[in-house]
Write a protein that binds this ligand. Structure first.
Ligand code: SF4
Ligand code: SF4
Length: 146
């Protein structure tokens, strides 16, 4: 039985901490690579060149959005809102329902220090959580063989 079989509460408080507080990666899925350039009205090539970086994962690369010198995501607006919210990446849409964070109750508990929405508000059922965890698995993300 999964440790989250009775569900987990989460409601985003809109604090933007996860978009700005520390160095990190916003990895992109194949779907993100279509949706975001379309939303920005630029070509996929332009998007790749101007807004992404390759992250060395050892035997392969993954694509991540760029971040600013202050460590905020380049799509975070001055108003604290996501500038590409309707097409925000899979990784952003499914946070905090990530495989790593749900692999152990203690990891999600520790994540509360980064996100005030975990443990608050709407109750997500085990089946909803399983779907989002599955959606965020690494095989949905773009990988580039070295
Ligand atoms: S840290 Fe949590 S509450 Fe704050 S914006 Fe991110 S998901 Fe929402
Ligand atoms: S794409 Fe939007 S939701 Fe995702 S990290 Fe950037 S600003 Fe935040």
């Amino acid at each position: 039985m999964a440790w989250y079989s009775k569900g987990v509460c989460f409601t985003c408080k809109g604090c933007a901490h996860c978009c700005s507080s520390e160095a990190g990666y916003v990895f992109l899925s194949a779907e993100d690579l279509k949706n975001i350039p379309s939303f920005l009205s630029i070509s996929e090539e332009d998007f790749l060149e101007r807004h992404t970086r390759r992250v060395d994962m050892g035997t392969y690369y993954q694509l991540s959005l760029l971040e600013r010198d202050d460590l905020s995501c380049e799509f975070l607006g001055k108003d604290g809102r996501c500038g590409i919210y309707p097409v925000r990446p899979l990784q952003c849409r499914t946070y905090p329902f990530w495989p790593y964070l749900f692999s152990d109750r203690a990891l999600l508990e520790a994540e509360k220090a980064n996100c005030p929405g975990i443990g608050e508000g709407r109750l997500y059922s085990e089946s909803e959580i399983r779907k989002m965890v599955k959606d965020t698995l690494v095989d949905k993300l773009v990988t580039i063989v070295k």
